[in-house]
Design a protein around this ligand. Sequence first.
Ligand SMILES: Nc1ncnc2c1ncn2[C@@H]1O[C@H](COP(=O)(O)OP(=O)(O)OP(=O)(O)O)[C@@H](O)[C@H]1O
Ligand SMILES: [Mg+2]
Length: 240
Amino acid sequence: MSVLEVCDLHVQVGDKLILRGVDLRLEKGKIHALMGPNGSGKSTLALALAGHPEYRIIQGEVFLDGQDLLPLPPNERAKAGLFVAFQYPPEVEGVKLREFLRLACAARGHGFCEFQKHFSQALSRLRLEDFRDRELNVGFSGGEKKRAELLQLYLLRPKVALLDEPDSGVDVDALRLIAEVIAEMAASGTAVLLISHYPRLLDLLPVEKVYVLFDGRITEEGGPELAQRIEEEGFEVVRR
Ligand SMILES: Nc1ncnc2c1ncn2[C@@H]1O[C@H](COP(=O)(O)OP(=O)(O)OP(=O)(O)O)[C@@H](O)[C@H]1O
Ligand SMILES: [Mg+2]
């Protein structure tokens, strides 16, 4: 059974209809990729599923492990096991990385001692040892922000992870590290949706399925070879 099922999703921002009937299924422990041209609605999908109030779902259904996700507020969606790594992680002044993650882990039922142990281990896994007491994302470089998003994923161990361009702006070593962490998360059972423009990251991972979003709809599904075809020929090959 799919962990996340998205059926006929229509999403509007202001008076503009952006997603116009998205169908998507994410399987436990598998890595799925979502590609699509700039402005096709990839981030809109992630933000609408997270429950961002500006991204209004006007039609469609979403089930997480069989539970209807849409009546839930964003924090309850996260508690139910949905995680979103943002394309543009926000800077949150006055909130330390450690405190933010301590509270997030407590909300997911992790005890304090368990958190202390896992937090130190996660910081070293993501090479963020010096960021323990930094304010969340404040002054982080682009690549550091991406690693901080992955740190949250690593600690929270969600059922479903929507990762919006975790590879944008990261150097080659960080890219390899990010790929390793994503593969570890999938191996431990998380269903992953990887939003990316580049096969570079996809090449480092056992991607099962590639979805292409075009103009607010999934217009093509395939295996990893689809990502390669898009890289070589552009999105015209999947225009319908
Ligand atoms: N808050 C908003 N207000 C107005 N328009 C928006 C808003 N958010 C998204 N849009 C519009 O919705 C469309 C889809 O945007 P989205 O960010 O989802 O694209 P994307 O596929 O993630 O693109 P990229 O590859 O550049 O990240 C774009 O035309 C964008 O301008
Ligand atoms: Mg985007």
